[in-house]
Design a binder for this molecule. Structure first.
Ligand SMILES: Cc1ncc(COP(=O)(O)O)c(C=O)c1O
Length: 410
């Protein structure tokens, strides 16, 4: 069976150019970038070259890039690092209700340590109102952390405007750009950001490597103690091969961004039109135009997200319900709930994300298959009209008996 992978927001295959660039650093050029001998220095040079490449992809200086083990660590470093470094200046952080768990749970954790967190609501398309950001700022606010684009629904936030407000009020601004880096043009000065999170595996790079951009002069407390790596801001022997692969993926993505994002937007729009016209009671989640070029997210009342995924998988189509991180969590998506969906609506979502290998014929195939899958699932589910009146608590109790095994994982 031919497989159609449509979960590029979860991860992407490593590009062959990336793998080729990484290979020497596993064997012949295996040095530790902190060693003084020549093989160590050759690794250090590779890391510094990669740093310049990643920096230039976002209009930053090389010394403003800290390599990390991925987007999650970069988010943690930004949020905890600023909170801890500025504790005597204030204890208030502003974020949004639709952040990735890497930001959301980090803020929630800081709340347990006494920080006050404002989770700003979003409109029905998932957009933050910059006016609300301005209103939420107090004399105690030390950080605003709001994602560039949402990983589930694809909505792209008015980041430049939020950054301007942060700047005017002297508050540091961090954005999680994991889903936009390499897909949308990013210039850290243009966006008015002080910190920005990136991850390699969403753009054809390896898993387990990413970076945090930190504007020069920003006081950040290291979260991991150890050696003096990464300018004393992130201890631990550098993942040289991973960093080299990340930079190669960044270079290629930036080079191809114009043509690839135009190609993907066209496929995305065709997919959205095809699915909405092929399925009754279907709804597009996220902003109709201010969205990632590769993201489509739908709700189908009366068809459970998990069941849709499994049926599609059996037919060779790999997609997801929301984010990959919450795909084992049977609770409805916090993002869709924040858009104002009922818990049941939020439970029937399907995220399709396109990428490098997606061809028009794949999109046509998905457009043909989805109506059949939804029809089959609705045929065995309660009446849609009845479902609109079911309370989530009642539904969840029934549901948990069937699916207890999934609850522990993340
Ligand atoms: C918006 C967003 N932030 C952070 C992350 C975490 O990145 P990583 O998988 O590199 O830890 C992801 C990955 O799904 C993401 O989509």
């Amino acid at each position: 069976m031919r497989k159609i992978y449509m979960d590029y927001a979860a991860t992407t295959p490593v590009r062959k150019e990336v793998l080729k660039a990484m290979m020497p650093y596993f064997m012949t050029e295996f040095g530790n970038a902190s060693s003084l001998h020549s093989i160590g220095q050759s690794a250090a040079e590779a890391v510094e070259f990669a740093r310049s490449t990643v920096a230039s992809a976002i209009g930053a200086n090389p010394e403003e890039i800290i390599f990390t083990s991925g987007g999650t660590e970069a988010d943690n470093l930004a949020i905890r690092g600023i909170a801890k470094a500025n504790r005597d200046m204030g204890d208030h952080i502003i974020t949004s209700a639709i952040e990735h768990p890497a930001v959301r749970n980090t803020c929630a954790d800081l709340a347990k340590e006494g920080f006050k967190i404002t989770f700003l609501s979003v409109d029905k398309d998932g957009l933050i109102d910059p006016v609300q950001v301005r209103k939420a700022i107090t004399t105690k606010t030390v950080l605003i952390t709001i994602m560039h684009a949402n990983n589930e629904i694809g909505t792209v936030q008015p980041t430049r405007e939020i950054g301007r407000i942060a700047k005017e009020n002297g508050v540091l601004f961090h954005t999680d750009a994991v889903q936009t880096f390499g897909k949308l043009p990013i210039d850290v000065d243009g966006l008015n950001v002080d910190m920005l999170t990136m991850s390699a595996h969403k753009i054809g790079g390896p898993k387990g490597v990413g970076a945090l951009y930190v504007r020069k002069g920003t006081q950040l407390k290291a979260m991991q103690t150890g050696g003096p790596h990464e300018g004393n801001r992130r201890a631990g022997t550098e993942n040289v091969a991973g960093i080299v692969g990340f930079a190669k993926a960044a270079e290629l993505s930036v080079k191809e961004m114009g043509s690839e994002s135009a190609r993907l937007s066209k496929l995305r729009d065709r997919l959205i039109k095809g699915v909405l016209s092929g399925v009754k009671e279907a709804q597009l989640n996220g902003h109709p135009t201010k969205r990632l070029p590769n993201n489509a997210n739908f709700s189908f009342l009366g068809a459970e997200g998990e069941a849709i995924i499994l049926k599609l998988d059996a037919l060779g189509i790999e997609a997801s319900t929301g984010s990959a991180c919450s795909s084992h969590d049977l609770a409805p998506s916090h993002v869709l709930l924040a858009l104002g969906h009922s818990p049941l609506e939020a439970h029937g979502s399907l995220r399709i994300t396109l990428g490098k290998e997606t061809a028009p014929k794949d999109v046509e195939c998905v457009i043909r298959v989805i109506p059949k899958v939804i029809k089959e699932l609705r045929a065995i589910s309660p009446d849609i009209k009845e479902m609109k009146n079911v309370k989530w608590a009642d539904y969840k109790d029934d549901h948990d008996h069937d699916h207890m095994h999934g609850e522990e994982e993340d």
